[in-house]
Design a protein around this ligand. Structure first.
Ligand SMILES: Cc1cc2nc3c(=O)[nH]c(=O)nc-3n(C[C@H](O)[C@H](O)[C@H](O)COP(=O)(O)OP(=O)(O)OC[C@H]3O[C@@H](n4cnc5c(N)ncnc54)[C@H](O)[C@@H]3O)c2cc1C
Length: 430
């Protein structure tokens, strides 16, 4: 199934290669340091630098090596807890505030890309979520009705009989369409954000891992193998790449979960027109769900999922994804795969994204696999909070950021948790 020129690197890196960072001297002192150069860190740095702060971004690897150039580029601003369930957990007003902020964040991303002139193939093509069981379809219908009524978010169901107008498969029992969700080229978006961040005066230091962080008289002292930096404020934006040792408080709160994507060779236009007539983004109602989309040029299918992403052998590693791709689109039997890669998303105990302050350190993290919208938005919110700007307010301000019980950064429970999700899918729990 591997094509002759198979790559184990993201398809996205062909249009936007990850460049080696320039090595610049570290400052002795700066107004603010941001740790991590993905969407969240860059968005925070851009906001601070445009407000006149002297900002340095410290990145362990090459800027963009994290999830921000590896993702599916589906700009959903998803919350993993449904609106209906959120209402039961937090009450109607707070559920409306969380979902309302998702809407604001999606709209703000579109505005930002347009105003900044970032060429990243952003397009509001809509997302179709396939119901894997008949009762899931009923659940989707209820959720659409709530989103329309409570938040004015356009959402509607498409019955199985009309499904081929959305997706060329019979595997789903109908599904739901969200026209307000779109897609972008994640690595071009990251590059656009990086260029604007650097142009704003922030300095981005690649290959500069933060190995420790201590409060000092004027803020914080940050340790790196390249030297120490004193900073008045610190924002941590390391998400699924946090690791265990450097930032132990955060390490106990975010669980890195691998997600991977395979890409088909270019398909004939008539095949693409049958499989994805509207060139939509796709999801489904499984707990271990798959997400898929067309390439921005509309010729390939990028197909992602979370199960078994880390194995040494590419054939084994992508076997489950390939098999499921063929279950959704049987006519792709024999199609060759040109790219396969994986990366880490960060899950939180309550499955909500976080913007938090602990011991004076700011955090924007825990995007639970939906950071294209949330990471940029909450990175900016963390920066606005440092600036004392009233716009820093968010619905997530008062949500506690609790440690995951019995967890020290080693996700020993993941195999069992994944098996449990698989079991729920097997019996059809929604
Ligand atoms: C395969 C895959 C598919 C995905 N698909 C989607 C999707 O379709 N839609 C969506 O919305 N989201 C998706 N996501 C999630 C999304 O990519 C992330 O939520 C988002 O990129 C997180 O951005 P970030 O800036 O918080 O973190 P990242 O982009 O992961 O950046 C964190 C950075 O911190 C650095 N770092 C870590 N520790 C240190 C340290 N000690 N010192 C210095 N630097 C450090 C890392 O090197 C890394 O560069 C996907 C993720 C993956 C992996």
């Amino acid at each position: 199934m591997l094509s002759a020129n198979f790559h184990e690197t993201p398809y996205w890196w062909e249009a936007a290669p990850i460049g080696e960072p320039l090595q610049r001297d570290l400052p002795k002192r700066c107004d603010a340091a941001v740790v991590g150069a993905g969407y969240a860190g860059l968005s925070a740095a851009l906001t601070l630098a445009r407000a006149g702060r002297d900002v340095h971004v410290l990145e362990k690897d090459t800027p963009g090596q994290g999830a921000s150039t590896r993702n599916g580029g589906i700009a959903s601003g998803n919350l993993r807890v449904s609106f209906g369930r959120m209402t039961e957990l937090f009450g109607r007003e707070r559920a409306k505030a969380f979902y309302g902020e998702g809407k604001a964040a999606r709209e703000d991303l579109a505005r930002f890309i347009r105003d900044e002139g970032i060429a990243c193939d952003f397009s509001l093509v809509g997302r179709f979520t396939g119901a894997v069981r008949a009762h899931h379809y009923e659940g989707l219908a209820r959720e659409c009705e709530l989103l329309e009524r409570e938040l004015g978010i356009e959402a509607y169901v498409v019955p199985r009989a009309e499904q081929h107008g959305e997706i060329g498969t019979d595997i789903y029992r109908g599904g739901a369409v969200r026209p307000d969700i779109g897609g972008l080229h994640p690595a071009l978006f990251h590059r656009g954000l990086l260029e604007r961040t650097e142009a704003s005066g922030a300095i981005v230091h690649g290959r500069t891992p933060v190995t420790g962080l201590r409060p000092d008289a004027d803020g914080f002292e940050i340790e790196t193998p390249r030297g120490r930096v004193a900073a008045g404020d610190v924002i941590i934006a390391t998400n699924g790449y946090t690791g265990r040792h450097a930032l132990p408080w955060l390490a106990r709160r975010v669980v890195p979960v691998a997600s991977q994507i395979i890409v088909t060779e270019p398909l004939d236009a008539d095949v693409m027109n049958r499989l994805n007539p509207k060139r939509r983004m796709f999801g489904e109602t499984r707990h271990l769900y798959h997400y898929f989309r067309p390439s921005p040029d509309g010729t390939r299918i990028l197909f992602g999922g979370r199960r078994g992403a880390q194995s040494g052998d590419p054939n084994k590693k992508m076997g489950h994804l390939y098999r499921y791709l063929l279950r959704v689109f049987p006519e792709l039997e024999g199609v060759a795969i040109s790219h396969c890669w994986w990366g880490y998303v960060a899950m939180t105990g309550d499955q909500l994204p976080k913007v938090a302050v602990h011991d004076g350190v700011h955090y924007a993290t825990g995007f639970c696999g939906s950071g294209v919208v949330w990471a940029r938005w909450l990175g900016r919110k963390a920066a606005l909070r440092i600036l004392g700007d009233a716009d820093s307010e968010t619905a997530f301000d008062d949500v506690p950021f609790r440690a995951v019980p019995l967890y020290d950064g080693r996700p020993w429970f993941l195999p069992a948790a994944i098996a449990w999700q698989g079991f729920k899918d097997h019996v059809g729990w929604y």
